[in-house]
Design a protein around this ligand. Structure first.
Ligand code: FE2
Length: 319
């Protein structure tokens, strides 16, 4: 498998488990194509053509070559220069790394290339629970104008200068953990909040650490999970006013990654069961499921670093 093939496969895996569905994603890419075709030549040169075939704005090949064969990868939640130096040193120590995969895009500007293809998923998460569509779209649009995009070329020079292929895989991996949590819920539709949390905590990534547990921060563990708001796999935690709009849509429970006290207060005031997902451990679930899929056809040696620990599942399905 080459760098490019692995990238295309990661995008395809994300699309397979994306709750927005194939038609939605095809339309998004068709809109990007129409936008591209409407540009003049100079504007076309600046357009990120990956948007025509990849609906995820935070998943990109940052450094090639595209045709480098990949049989071993070094994966981390955040990849900085130290991790690239690690990959280089591993090569010298007889453990060659063909590709480095970063989950978070923070120090890698190329991985944050197109904001709409990341944050707009919040609109879908609100639609899924029947929240006020117009208000939801307004809040997300306003939010996008407030998110600062800074030039973050921190990690890529290490990759270029050391000649190490580098890639970001963010939303497609997050969609894997979201999908697995929802599959587990569909298998037990009347499950109580506490039982659901217990089930999730039996997954290896949560079981492994005494600190990284799924927790109920407010609500009733004996209540059914019921109507669930799940804004994960959308780049960022929703703003508080977006969370309030979700609470107003008569949800029973909500997943939030690392919520602050304001989210807990908000949930409590609306009688919502607020379930906290521990950030990096939850990201580990998504990455491990993604890597299971990527290594399904060809063996892939996976090394973990930067808060990522490789845990293989016997079958593709978690839980
Ligand atoms: Fe994350």
């Amino acid at each position: 498998m080459t760098v490019e093939q692995l990238y295309r496969r990661a995008v395809a895996v994300g699309m397979e488990v994306d709750y927005r569905g194939a038609a939605f994603l095809q339309e998004q890419m068709a809109n990007a194509k129409a936008e591209y075709q409407g540009l003049c030549q100079a504007e076309r040169a600046r357009f990120d053509r990956e948007r025509l075939t990849n609906p995820y704005g935070d998943t990109r090949i940052v450094n090639g070559p595209l045709d480098r064969e990949v049989s071993s990868v070094l994966v981390g939640i955040e990849i900085y220069g130290a991790e690239l130096l690690l990959a280089h040193a591993m090569g010298q120590a007889g453990k060659p790394v063909d590709l480095v995969i970063a989950h978070h895009t923070t120090p890698i500007n190329r991985g944050l290339f197109y904001m709409d293809d990341i944050v707009d998923i919040h609109k879908s998460a609100l639609r899924e629970i029947g929240a006020d569509v117009q208000r939801g779209d307004e809040l997300v649009e306003k939010w996008k104008t407030q998110i600062g995009i800074y030039w973050r070329d921190v990690t890529p020079p290490f990759a270029r200068l050391l000649d190490i292929p580098l890639m970001t895989i963010h939303t497609p991996a997050d969609l894997c953990h979201r999908h697995a949590r929802h599959e587990a819920l569909q298998a037990h539709p009347d499950i109580a909040v506490g039982e659901y949390i217990e089930l999730l905590n039996s997954w290896p990534e949560f079981e492994a650490s005494p600190y990284a547990k799924v927790r109920l921060l407010c609500g009733d563990e004996r209540a059914p999970v019921g109507k669930l708001y799940d804004p994960t796999a959308a780049g960022w935690r929703p703003l508080l006013d977006i969370f309030e709009l979700a609470c107003q849509a008569d949800i029973d429970s909500a997943f939030i990654v690392s919520p602050t006290a304001e989210y807990v207060q908000m949930a409590a005031s609306y009688g919502v069961n607020l379930i906290e997902l521990p950030h990096d451990a939850n990201d580990n679930v998504g990455l491990n499921l993604m890597l299971d899929a990527l290594s399904q056809d060809e063996p892939l040696t996976v090394y973990g670093c930067s808060n990522f620990v490789r845990m293989e599942r016997a079958s593709k399905q978690a839980g």
